[in-house]
Each structure stands twice: as structure tokens, then as C-alpha cells.
Design a protein around this ligand. Structure first.
Ligand SMILES: [Zn+2]
Length: 91
């Protein structure tokens, strides 16, 4: 919980001009359904259903994509670039 709070505060400070964007991204990427032990934020691979832990730099780059016009409504909308980062870090 402490780490999550720190990450949120971090994002809040970095994107203080766009609080609703970071809130939406953090909220969407919160690990649920069912939650795993990697969280608090995960990307669920729509194909393999596997969870990939999202660190604050992943969340930050997602927020930047959203600011650039990406529509992020589901985990299917995660850009290829971020998926590749997550796959690479997994290995
Ligand atoms: Zn998870």
C-alpha cells in the first residue's frame, strides 16, 4: 500500500496539470479480476491472460501516450511499445 501511495504521489507531481488522466490510467491498470501478487498495477495480456507488473515508468509512459491522444479504455489498448518493454523485462 505504501509503495502504491508513493507511486501515485510521484505521478501526481509529474502530471499535476492532468490529474484526471493519471487517475484514469492508474485506476484502469489496478490489478483486479482476480488480483495477483505482483500488483498493485498490472497489465493483463489479453491473449495469454498473464499479468505483467507495471512499474511507475510504465505507468508514466502510458500517461504520456494518453496525453498524446491514445484512447485507453481496456488492457487491449496498451500500445505495442509498452507490451514489448514488458515482455523484454519478463525474460
Ligand atoms: Zn496482477
Amino acid at each position: 500500500m505504501l509503495a502504491e501511495g508513493a507511486a501515485q504521489l510521484d505521478a501526481e507531481q509529474a502530471f499535476s496539470g492532468h490529474p484526471s488522466i493519471w487517475w484514469e490510467v492508474y485506476n484502469l491498470m489496478r490489478c483486479t479480476d482476480p488480483p495477483c501478487n505482483l500488483g498493485p498495477h498490472c497489465w493483463r495480456d489479453p491473449v495469454g491472460k498473464k499479468h505483467y507488473k507495471l512499474k511507475s515508468h510504465h505507468l508514466r509512459s502510458l500517461i504520456m501516450h494518453v496525453q498524446d491522444g491514445l484512447t485507453l479504455k481496456t488492457h487491449d489498448d496498451i500500445p505495442e511499445e509498452i507490451r514489448e518493454q514488458l515482455y523484454a523485462e519478463e525474460q
